[in-house]
Each structure stands twice: as structure tokens, then as C-alpha cells.
Design a protein around this ligand. Structure first.
Ligand SMILES: Nc1ncnc2c1ncn2[C@@H]1O[C@H](COP(=O)(O)OP(=O)(O)OP(=O)(O)O)[C@@H](O)[C@H]1O
Ligand SMILES: [Mg+2]
Length: 503
């Protein structure tokens, strides 16, 4: 039954934008757009507000300068040449009236010279210094008005120049109120923009997270499937959670398409497993059925050979061959049957196994079978017990020791040692034989693998011994490995102390 994915993987923040998730990218683009948009709106708004405030100042300055000019040139109306006072005038008196405020500046230049005054915060008249006059008047542009900073404690000003007759009047008011308005509005706009950006970002993050949740579950499911071993046996594939009714159409299509694909794949794996199962059953049944006729062939050939006195030598030789080949075939059939049973997942008969005793027995048997080799066992003090199937574990040791005997020349030293590790035990079968060619090592535990250049062919081996070792060790949830060099070949089997339910 396909299972359903429950959890998505928590997103981590990646400093590199190329590693960002879709959600982070969309939120970043939104935040960037909001920042650029509000910056542009603020810049345009503040610039136009400033220019309209300055226009307002200019019209106030116009009125002030007209009043001053009228006082200075009483005979002249606006735009008409008038009768100049032609001499010194009391600027303080002229300035005292509507339009002039604290900080306002008045400069009069005529035939009597250039003089300027300002009103301080208490509205008392202060004369402008020469430096201040120079700062205001020098480099006057073509236009009637300009911004300038007189200095000496006076900030930025807006000035307006009017000329009539031989009198030139310059009036100015501080720009500070305008700048203050602009900066406080700028701060307000910045705060609103930041809050807006944060609000929009959080809202967008929440919304995108909400909308993408089904996709995250699809990704988590796909990752979990990628971790599932699919090469053999029954495969239990997860399905992604179906998205809610409110999910976007694209998301629903993707999830349902993904689940349909998983169903298809699960079906295909099911079919594959069924066919593998059939093959395994067939091999097991065929091996089982072959045992009886093989035993008969062996028995009859042996019986007939015993009557060799009445037979010609060729017939005796042929019977000997029939007998030896039937022995070989029996062992092959037994091996195939064993592998088929392990593949079928036949239960191991788990019980406590005293490994030291098992190893000692197997080494004694091997020494009896191969007296030309040197055999030794290196066992720890005390009993080492694990939970396993004693018959199958004995088969592992028998196969490894048989290899060390069959595939090495006489005189080879074979040592089997047992080591205790915290959660596992390790059995090492080492020999001083010629070793296994390196190119051959990666396929060593596959079925029907044997080095044809070695003595394997001569000894009539089939190449199933190590495949059986591998299958039994894996059924015990253990591992098997090999390291080989001329003079030092080591097979290492690691088994858990307590075998869980067999696989
Ligand atoms: N200790 C060893 N020294 C050298 N070669 C080895 C050793 N163990 C295994 N081999 C090589 O690995 C091959 C595969 O071994 P495996 O036990 O699977 O099959 P086999 O011994 O040839 O046949 P079977 O064990 O089924 O009778 C052998 O044919 C041999 O070439
Ligand atoms: Mg072998």
C-alpha cells in the first residue's frame, strides 16, 4: 500500500541568492520592488513639494521686495522707473512691516553703497557683515532668485533680487522651515515604507508558504523515495498529501500528476517483484526437484563403478566422471536452493550463537580437509554470543575457509580471528595466499563470479560461495568486506550482537 508523506523539510537560510528557495526569491523581489517604488515615489514627492514650498517663498519674497522697493523708490510703481531716494535710508524702518519675519534679510545697493540687515529672533535689526554680503551677492545667477548661505550662524536662505532705478533690493528668508517640512515628511515616508515593506514581506511569505506547502510535501516525498532502496524486493512508495480545496490549480495538477506517477511506478515495481518472486520460486522448486534425480545418478554411478572388474577402463573412467560431476551439480543445486530461500526472505532461526565454539569447530573441520595448510584461530577470552541462525552462520565460515583452502597453494597460513566491538562482532578470515586480482574485487560477492585464471576452475568451483556469504550476512543485518594483496587476503564479516527481525 502506498504510504503518504507527512512532513516537509524545514527551509534553511542560504547566504547565496543562487541557493535561495522560490519563496525567499519571490519575497526578496517583492521587497526590492516595494523599496525601489517607495524610494522613487518619496524622491519625486519630496522634490515637487520642496519646489512648491520654494515657489511659495518666492511669491512672499516678491511681495516683500515690492514693499521694500516702494519704500526705497517711492515714485515708482511696479515695473515703472521711479524717483530714487538717491541716498542712505533707514533699512530697519523699511523692513519693519508685513512680510518680514525673524531671520529675514534685506540688502539695499544704491549710489550710497551696499548695506544689509537681518532680523534676529527678537525682531531686532542686526547689520550684515561684509563677508555675509559678499557670500549672498557674489556670483549671482541670471535668475531673479537664488539659494545661498550667508554664513556666520545663518543657514540656507532663499533670496530674491529686484532692481529699479539705481536701487537694487535683495530680500531673503531662511529655508529652514522648508527643509524641516521636507525632512520630517521624508522620515514619515521612510517609516511608512519600511513598515509597508515588512508587512507586505510577511504577508507575501505567509501566502507563498501556504500556497507552496503541497509542493514542499511533494519535494519531501520525492527525496524520501530517492532514499528508498529500489533495486530489489517489494517497494513501498510514499504518495504526497493531496492539497486542500483552496489550492491553486497548477499545484493540484502537479500533486495529482506526481501521485499518478508514483502509482504507476509502484505498479511497475509490484509487477517486477511478482516476476522476481516467480523466478525465485521456480529456481527453488527446480533445485528442490533436481536433488532426488541427482542423488539417484550419483548412487547408480557409484554402484556401477564398484563393479568395475566387469567393465572396460573407458567405462570406469566415464562412470568416475559422471559421479564427480553429479557431486558438483548436487553442491550447485544445494547452493542455488539456499540462495533462493534467502532471497525469498525465509525466516532465520534466531537463537544465541557462541561464536568462539562455532569458529573452533569450523577451523578443525577445515584443518582436517586441508592438512597441507596451516590453520590457526585467534579468539578472545570468554564466550562471545550473538543472536543469529547457527546453521547459516556456520555456512558463512565454511565458505570463507573453503575459499582460503581451495584458492591458495599448500603451505598457506590461514588465520580466523574474532573481535568484539561495542555493538557488533567482527570475524576476520586472513590468508597468506596469492590474493585476488584487484579488477575482480568489486564483483566478488556477485553470483557466479569466479576468477577463471585461478585454481577455481580446476577445483570445479561454481562461484556461488561468496554470494551465499553476502546473502546470509545481510539477512543478519551485518556487512562483509574484503581487502586483498599478494600474501595478505582478508575477509571481514561484521555482525550485530542482536540480530533484529531478519530482512
Ligand atoms: N581466499 C581467497 N584467495 C584467492 N582467491 C579467492 C579467495 N576467496 C575467493 N577467491 C576468488 O573468488 C572467487 C569467488 O569465490 P566464491 O567462493 O564465490 O566461488 P568459488 O569458490 O569459485 O565457488 P564455490 O564457493 O561456489 O564452490 C573464487 O573463484 C576465487 O577466484
Ligand atoms: Mg568458494
Amino acid at each position: 500500500m502506498p504510504r503518504t508523506a507527512r512532513n516537509g523539510s524545514a527551509p534553511r537560510f542560504e547566504p547565496r541568492p543562487s541557493q535561495w528557495s522560490l519563496r525567499t526569491r519571490i519575497v526578496a523581489v517583492l521587497a526590492f520592488t516595494v523599496i525601489v517604488l517607495s524610494g522613487t515615489i518619496a524622491a519625486i514627492g519630496l522634490t515637487s513639494l520642496r519646489s512648491s514650498l520654494v515657489d511659495q517663498l518666492d511669491s512672499e519674497l516678491h511681495m516683500l521686495s515690492s514693499r521694500v522697493m516702494f519704500a526705497v523708490e517711492p515714485g515708482s510703481g511696479p515695473g515703472e522707473p521711479g524717483q530714487s531716494t538717491g541716498g542712505s535710508v533707514d533699512l530697519g524702518q523699511i523692513f519693519d512691516g508685513p512680510g518680514a519675519s525673524a531671520g529675514s534679510i534685506l540688502i539695499l545697493a544704491n549710489s550710497a553703497g551696499v548695506s544689509g540687515i537681518t532680523l534676529d529672533s527678537a525682531f531686532s535689526v542686526q547689520s550684515l557683515s561684509v563677508e555675509q554680503l559678499t557670500a549672498i551677492l557674489s556670483d549671482w545667477p541670471d535668475s531673479a532668485s537664488r539659494d545661498a548661505t550667508p554664513g556666520d550662524g545663518l543657514g540656507g536662505y532663499r533670496f530674491l533680487l529686484e532692481q529699479r532705478g539705481d536701487s537694487t533690493v535683495v530680500v531673503g528668508v531662511p529655508l529652514a522651515p522648508v527643509e524641516q517640512t521636507i525632512s520630517s515628511l521624508g522620515v514619515t515616508m521612510a517609516i511608512v515604507a519600511i513598515l509597508g515593506c515588512l508587512g507586505l514581506g510577511s504577508l507575501a511569505a505567509w501566502y507563498i508558504r501556504h500556497e507552496l506547502r503541497p509542493l514542499e510535501r511533494v519535494a519531501a516525498t520525492a527525496e524520501s523515495i530517492a532514499r528508498t532502496p529500489l533495486e530489489r524486493g517489494a517497494v513501498d512508495l510514499e504518495r504526497a498529501d493531496a492539497p486542500g480545496e483552496g489550492a491553486a490549480t497548477e499545484v493540484r495538477r502537479l500533486v495529482s500528476g506526481f501521485n499518478a506517477m508514483i502509482d504507476q511506478v509502484a505498479q511497475a515495481f509490484g509487477a517486477r517483484n511478482a516476476s522476481e518472486e516467480k523466478v525465485r520460486r521456480f529456481v527453488a522448486d527446480a533445485s528442490h526437484e533436481l536433488r532426488t534425480p541427482l542423488a539417484s545418478i550419483r548412487g547408480y554411478s557409484e554402484l556401477t563403478r564398484r563393479m568395475s572388474d566387469d567393465l572396460p577402463p573407458d567405462a570406469v573412467y566415464a562412470l568416475g566422471r559422471i559421479e564427480s560431476e553429479s557431486v558438483r551439480m548436487t553442491s550447485l543445486v544445494e547452493d542455488l536452493l539456499l540462495l533462493a530461500r534467502i532471497d525469498e526472505g525465509q525466516e532465520l532461526e534466531l537463537r544465541p550463537v557462541a561464536l568462539g565454539e562455532l569458529i573452533a569447530d569450523v577451523v578443525n573441520d577445515a584443518a582436517a580437509a586441508g592438512p597441507e595448510h596451516e590453520w590457526s584461530a585467534d579468539l578472545p577470552d570468554g564466550t562471545v554470543t550473538i543472536s543469529g541462525d547457527p546453521g547459516r552462520l556456520q555456512q558463512v565460515l565454511v565458505n570463507l575457509l573453503a575459499n582460503a583452502r581451495v584458492h591458495t597453494p599448500a603451505g598457506t597460513r590461514v588465520t580466523i580471528s574474532l573481535q568484539e566491538l561495542p555493538d557488533t562482532v567482527r570475524i576476520i578470515v586472513a590468508d597468506t595466499g596469492p590474493g585476488i586480482p584487484e579488477a575482480f574485487l568489486p564483483r566478488l560477492f556477485e553470483r557466479f563470479t569466479r576468477d577463471d585464471s585461478s585454481r577455481a576452475r580446476a577445483t570445479g568451483s561454481t562461484g556461488l560461495g561468496l554470494a551465499i556469504v553476502h546473502a546470509i550476512v545481510h539477512a543478519h543485518h551485518g556487512t562483509v568486506g574484503v581487502r586483498s594483496a599478494p600474501g595478505d587476503t582478508r575477509f571481514s564479516v561484521e555482525l550485530p550482537r542482536s540480530s533484529p527481525t531478519p530482512s
